[in-house]
Design a protein around this ligand. Sequence first.
Ligand SMILES: [Zn+2]
Length: 224
Amino acid sequence: MVDSGLVCSCYSDEQSFSKSLKKCLRKSSCLEKTEKMAKTLDIAQLGDPILRSPTQPVTDLQSPRLQTLIEDLIATAALGNGVGIAAPQVSRGDRLFIIASRPTLRYPQAPTMAPTPMINPEILGASEALVQDWEGCLSVPGIRGLVLRHQWVEVEYCDRQGQRHQQKLTDFVARIFQHELDHLNGIVFLDRVECSHALMSETEYQNESLPGAKGARSVLWPST
Ligand SMILES: [Zn+2]
């Protein structure tokens, strides 16, 4: 489903995911020092001006400050069952986000990949085709919105060691990338919802719209 080097092997359960996460984290030498210090951070909520403030490019890529922030972002996203999180969501102005797709209560169909920090990310190209799906956000709890995104994006970013990567992301992971990149530009997914009829409560979404849900509801939406 996801044509991307980001996708690691599948994990059958939370325990194996945690083991794999620790293994991935230990690949960084800086990480041995920061792993024990990882803590969850308060998440900025809609209305907080930080969510509307553009971020600044990261220049101290391998600094302890940035490595600690990356660890804290990963821990914070995991606690909130998030599949991604951007620095402004923890009140930081760095051009940095984490993509951490995995099946969670909020996104049971998500593909599994190791948490991947993306620093100074950019979109180099994108599909003409747009696809719609319901998005949520840790900074907008309890609400889902139907959002059109590019089906695939060619992206570039720096990893935590300062190496630049170019990759093609598709489908759900491409959607996460576009959602998180918006955060770095002061945009939240509600800005991309075309009308209030494309909003739904999280409870309604869980009950009615997930594939296989008892009352699975087809959502009619213009394909533009
Ligand atoms: Zn968000």
